[in-house]
Design a protein around this ligand. Sequence first.
Ligand SMILES: Cc1ncc(C[n+]2csc(CCOP(=O)(O)OP(=O)(O)O)c2C)c(N)n1
Ligand SMILES: [Mg+2]
Length: 348
Amino acid sequence: MSTKTAAAKKTNKASSKGTQGAFDKATYLRWFKEMILMRRFEEKTGQLYTMQKFGGFCHLYIGQEAILAGMITAVRPTDRFITGYRDHAHPLVLGTPAKNVMAELFGKTTGTSKGKGGSMHYFDKNRNLFGGHGIVGGQIGLGAGIAFADKYRGEDHVTLCFMGDGAVRQGVLHETFNMAMTWKLPVVFIIENNNYAMGTSVERTSNVHDLSTLGESYDMPGLGVNGMRCEDVHEAIAMACAHARDGNGPYLLDTKTYRYKGHSMSDPQKYRTKEEVEGYKKQDPIEQVRDTLLKNKWATVKELEAMDEKAKKEVEEAVKFAEESPVAGEEELYKDVYFQTDYPFLKD
Ligand SMILES: Cc1ncc(C[n+]2csc(CCOP(=O)(O)OP(=O)(O)O)c2C)c(N)n1
Ligand SMILES: [Mg+2]
């Protein structure tokens, strides 16, 4: 007997197809501008971490930029966003000034969370960014909760809930998928599938390697997306958001991407070959967008270099700002921090 559900039939296992001709010059320039800033910011962040300018964990987004660039041209600024700890690029693409993103890394009062969140916990209320979560999969239930609040209030926002391929193996995914489908919540689950959870590949984690099928038991539609192409990501997210906004409930997108750097800053990377990394670099999303801009004569090499220089300058200024900003005084320590004294197990 077939166990395929309606959603299984809806699940499109093939990557969405190339649609390069459908996008205009302005969109490609926007993608280039967004991605080059993310790339330069993260390159500098890696250097600063090595120089011990800031501590804690540090997970870089280099290689994965097409997901956020394709996303930003497909959503409304009023939509909601939540993600895991590989989160430096999310505030950048949502428009948080680079200087405040950098200052947060440095633990300074001018950071997005006054330096109390650091690398893994970016929040920006003005841009509807609800974290930055260090607990793998912690954002999955919270993302559905935000969507529930919007539906309850009768607002037509969509929540974009990002997670890694490792996070999908957390139990909370199943509870959340079930409730989100039952209540038809306006949430799009986006797997930033870089094929590794620390050093463990998708293939070693489970017998199910096609992550776009993970919602089938709940009748949730899913789609595999080429996450190295802004065009494919934009199309998939625009479609999934329209589906959710129209009251049809959640969508699952498995965007296949790659991180060029290690999991965090201390990763000997014994689980993959240099050839594998080089293979993905040949599909670099920034280079792809650059090629399209040049081929169509929408920009000259010089103009693109100038955009790159501008991004580098913005990052340099962000570092200067972060270095010169003050650290919080003692009086700040317990402000905006959950602090409860009446736990039964706490003694005076
Ligand atoms: C609940 C929980 N378990 C384990 C960890 C340790 N941990 C940190 S990152 C990570 C891997 C997650 O990989 P993935 O979801 O694919 O995200 P990526 O790092 O590839 O972006 C693990 C197991 C954690 N932070 N939280
Ligand atoms: Mg991963």
